[in-house]
Design a protein around this ligand. Structure first.
Ligand SMILES: *Cc1c(COP(=O)(O)O)cnc(C)c1O
Length: 412
C-alpha cells in the first residue's frame, strides 16, 4: 500500500491524468494530484503581467515544491506571516526576498527574521508594533536599522470579496496619518498596504481601497515609496466566474498612477489563491452512498476545510466511464466521526454513482492542502503529478476576450 505524507518526496512518474492514476493504483487513500505546470503558468502570468512586483502569499500553500516552481517562474518576493514561514522559505529559496506582512509579530520573530534571515520588509498597523520593530532590529551597538521598508496596513472594506478579512487588521483611515508620519521617521522606504479579502469578484474592490490610500497619503503629507494592494485575486469555482485578471491589473495600475506618490514609487501585490488554486486537485473514493449523500475518504479535516466551513463549491467530476445517468446534486461526508465533517455542495455528479467509484475534486491548491490535519487518524495522502489541465483555469487563454466578455464589470 502507498502510504506517505503530503511533504514526502516519493519519486513516482507523472501520470497523464486522474483516470490513469486510478487504473494503475486503485488507491484507497485520497490522492493529491499536483500540476506544477499550472502553477508555473499562473506565476509567469503575474510576473509578466502585473504592472509591479508580485509577492506570493505563502499561507495559501506553503509546499516547498510549489515554492520552487513559483521561484523558477519569476516570483522573487514572498509574503510570510510567521517565523515558521520565514524559516521555511529561507531554507527552500535562499535568495528570495521575504516580506513579513503580519501586522502583529512577536519580538523574537522580528529579531530572528531581521538578524538571521535578512528580512528587511515588515508591515504594521499600530505604534506599538513600530516600537517593537525598531527595538528588535537595532544593532548590538544600539544603532537603529537604516534599511527597513515598513508598510502601514490600512483597514479597507471586504464587501466585494467572498471571504472577508476586513475585521481583524488595519489602521482606520481616521488614525492613519499620525501612524504614517511616525513610521516615516524610522524607515528607508515607506509603504501602504491593504487586503481586500479573498476571492475579490470585481476589480472595483481595489479601486475603493486605493481611494482610501489616497486619502491617507494626502492627510499625512508624507512621501510614500510602496503601494501594496495585497491579495484577493480570484480563481474560478462553480458559480464564481470572475472577470479576467487583465481587468484587475489595468484598473489597479491606472488608479495607482493617479496617487500622490513619488515618481519612483513601486506597486506591489500579494496573490495567494490566484497563484496556487490550479496547482492541485484530489482523487477521493466513495465509501458509502446514502440517498444523495456520499461518504468519501477526505473531508473537513483534510483538504476540504473550505468546502465544509464556508460552503465553498469546488468543481468535481466522476472518474468512472460506465456511469450513464445525468448529473444530480450530491453532498459529501468526510471520513472522521465528527458531524461537522460535512460538505453541503451541491456537487454535481452522475445519478448512478456508487460506493467504490472515484471522484476528482478540483482547484484545491489554495487553502486546501495547507489546512489539512491528522484529526481522528485520517490524513494520509498519496501525492502524484498529473500532466493534464486543471479542471478550470484563468490562464489558458481560452476565456472570452476581456473587452468582449459580458463578464466585464470593470473597464468603464
Ligand atoms: C491571506 C493573505 C493574502 C493572500 O490572499 P489571497 O486571497 O489568497 O490572494 C495576501 N496578503 C495578506 C496580508 C493575507 O493575509
Amino acid at each position: 500500500m502507498l502510504n506517505f505524507s503530503v511533504w514526502g518526496s516519493l519519486e513516482l512518474h507523472a501520470f497523464p491524468d486522474a483516470k490513469a492514476v486510478i487504473r494503475e493504483l486503485a488507491p484507497d487513500e485520497p490522492v493529491l494530484l499536483l500540476r506544477p505546470q499550472a502553477a508555473a503558468r499562473a506565476a509567469s502570468f503575474f510576473a509578466k503581467g502585473f504592472p509591479g512586483k508580485s509577492l506570493y502569499a505563502v499561507k495559501a500553500n506553503p509546499s516547498p515544491d510549489l515554492l520552487r516552481v513559483l521561484w523558477d517562474s519569476g516570483i522573487t518576493h514572498y509574503d510570510v506571516a510567521s517565523i515558521a514561514e520565514v524559516r521555511l522559505v529561507r531554507q527552500t529559496l535562499p535568495d528570495a526576498v521575504l516580506c513579513f506582512m503580519h501586522p502583529i509579530k512577536t519580538r523574537s520573530a522580528i529579531r530572528e527574521a531581521y538578524h538571521q534571515h535578512g528580512v528587511r520588509i515588515f508591515s504594521l498597523d499600530t505604534e506599538e508594533e513600530l516600537a517593537k520593530i525598531v527595538e528588535q532590529t537595532r544593532s548590538d551597538a544600539g544603532v537603529d536599522a537604516a534599511d527597513l521598508s515598513l508598510l502601514v496596513r490600512l483597514r479597507v472594506s471586504s464587501e466585494y470579496s467572498e471571504l472577508s478579512l476586513a475585521a481583524k487588521f488595519g489602521v482606520d483611515l481616521a488614525d492613519a496619518a499620525p501612524l504614517l508620519q511616525a513610521v516615516r521617521q524610522h524607515c528607508d522606504a515607506l509603504g501602504v498596504c491593504f487586503h481586500v479579502g479573498s476571492q475579490a469578484m470585481t476589480p472595483f474592490a481595489y479601486v475603493q481601497a486605493l481611494e482610501r490610500v489616497r486619502a491617507a497619503i494626502a492627510e499625512a503629507a508624507v512621501t510614500v515609496d510602496i503601494v501594496d494592494v495585497g491579495g484577493g485575486f480570484p480563481s474560478i469555482y462553480p458559480g464564481m466566474e470572475p472577470p479576467p485578471l487583465e481587468d484587475y491589473f489595468a484598473l489597479i495600475h491606472r488608479h495607482f498612477e493617479a496617487l500622490p506618490i513619488s515618481y519612483s514609487a513601486e506597486l506591489w501585490c500579494e496573490p495567494g489563491r490566484a497563484l496556487c488554486a490550479e496547482y492541485s486537485s484530489m482523487i477521493v473514493q466513495v465509501e458509502k452512498r446514502r440517498g444523495n449523500e456520499l461518504y468519501i475518504n477526505d473531508g473537513a479535516y483534510g483538504s476540504l476545510y473550505d468546502a465544509a466551513h464556508v460552503g465553498w463549491r469546488f468543481p468535481v467530476r466522476s472518474l468512472e466511464d460506465d456511469l450513464e445517468q445525468p448529473d444530480e446534486e450530491f453532498a459529501f461526508y468526510g471520513p472522521t466521526c465528527d458531524d461537522a465533517d460535512f460538505m453541503q455542495g451541491p456537487f454535481m455528479l452522475p445519478g448512478d454513482i456508487q460506493a467504490g467509484d472515484y471522484i476528482e475534486i478540483g482547484m484545491l491548491g489554495a487553502y486546501g492542502a495547507a489546512m489539512k490535519t491528522g484529526f481522528n487518524g485520517f490524513g494520509e495522502q498519496v501525492v502524484i503529478e498529473a500532466q493534464d489541465e486543471p479542471m478550470a483555469s484563468l490562464y489558458r487563454g481560452d476565456r472570452a476576450d476581456p473587452r468582449s466578455s459580458d463578464n466585464v464589470v470593470s473597464l468603464r
